[in-house]
Design a protein around this ligand. Structure first.
Ligand SMILES: Nc1ncnc2c1ncn2[C@@H]1O[C@H](COP(=O)(O)OP(=O)(O)O)[C@@H](O)[C@H]1O
Ligand SMILES: [Mg+2]
Length: 264
């Protein structure tokens, strides 16, 4: 399979007063289409900086980021904004929902740029919310929902327009461990079912065991880039999502795997 994301000699330097902070130093990597990729590493290692460069939210100091055949590092701000709207999705740690809009209106936002009429946008949004188990919350505002529910709205919003790649920075960082598993399970299933490449930053190494690829960042450099063995991955997923799988299909044998584990 061809890589969908390719990074060449990526460098990012921040200037703070007279000081230089080298946040990324000669990062090279590629991520294959359809992969679930986790970026892990200690706090301050450069994970968010890397994600922001991959997603075209910030400009690299040096080097190139390719998404498909597009060199996003050489795009103008306008081109980049358009590219993000058309091809990329985002999930944030703090959800970033608009408080004055209902769940459905929040989810419908990315469809505005696709020229879809309001009524159809809201219908598609409600469909997406149903997939996240939030059909009954479509008309609720973010303040009327728990953190886990808000993040599921955030996930529905990221997936509704079926982007090529979805980026998520510590998407479960504000959630308790049980809600984290629920949210992770739904994100991974949605990505696999739709063949969407999913790149997630987490400082919780435990969560990365369900990824196809784990990239470890240390001091702004790639320390390792590992593709997980299918068997190890299947076992890790069965373990992590045991409770959810039992609830979803109590009649099925316990060895049944979620949809996303039947890869290649
Ligand atoms: N906007 C910024 N201005 C200055 N320094 C920054 C900025 N963003 C990140 N940094 C610095 O870059 C390094 C990497 O930060 P970050 O990518 O946020 O790490 P992580 O997400 O792994 O915790 C840190 O030393 C951080 O202080
Ligand atoms: Mg970070």
């Amino acid at each position: 399979m061809a890589p969908i994301i390719r990074v060449e000699h990526l460098r990012k330097v921040y200037r703070v007063g007279h000081e230089k902070v080298i946040a990324l130093n000669d990062v090279n990597l590629s991520i294959e289409a359809g992969e679930i990729c986790c970026i892990v590493g200690p706090s301050g290692s450069g994970k968010s900086t890397l994600l922001n460069q991959l997603a075209g939210l910030e400009k690299p100091t040096k080097g190139h980021v390719y998404i498909g055949k597009h060199d996003i590092s050489s795009m103008t701000e306008n081109e980049l904004a358009k590219f993000r709207q058309e091809h990329l999705g985002f999930i944030f740690q703090s959800y970033n929902l608009l408080p004055s809009l209902t769940a459905a209106e929040n989810v419908a936002l990315p469809l505005m740029f696709k020229g879809i009429a309001r009524k159809e946008r809201l219908q598609l949004a409600v469909q997406e919310l149903k997939k996240m188990g939030l059909g009954k919350r479509a008309n609720h505002r973010p303040t009327e929902m728990s953190g886990g529910q808000q993040q599921r709205v955030g996930i529905a919003r990221a997936f509704v327009a079926k982007p090529k790649v979805i980026f998520a920075d510590e998407p479960t960082g504000n959630l308790d461990s049980q809600t984290t598993k629920q949210v992770l399970y739904r994100m991974l299933n949605m990505a696999k079912e739709n063949g969407i490449t999913f790149v997630m930053v987490t400082h919780e190494r435990d969560l990365s065991c369900v990824a196809d690829r784990i990239i470890t960042i240390k001091d702004g450099m790639v320390e390792s880039n590992v593709v997980l063995d299918e068997q190890i991955k299947a076992k890790a997923k069965a373990e992590m999502f045991k409770d959810i799988l039992e609830q979803e299909s109590p009649a099925e044998p316990k060895t049944t795997m979620p949809a996303y584990s039947t890869k290649k």
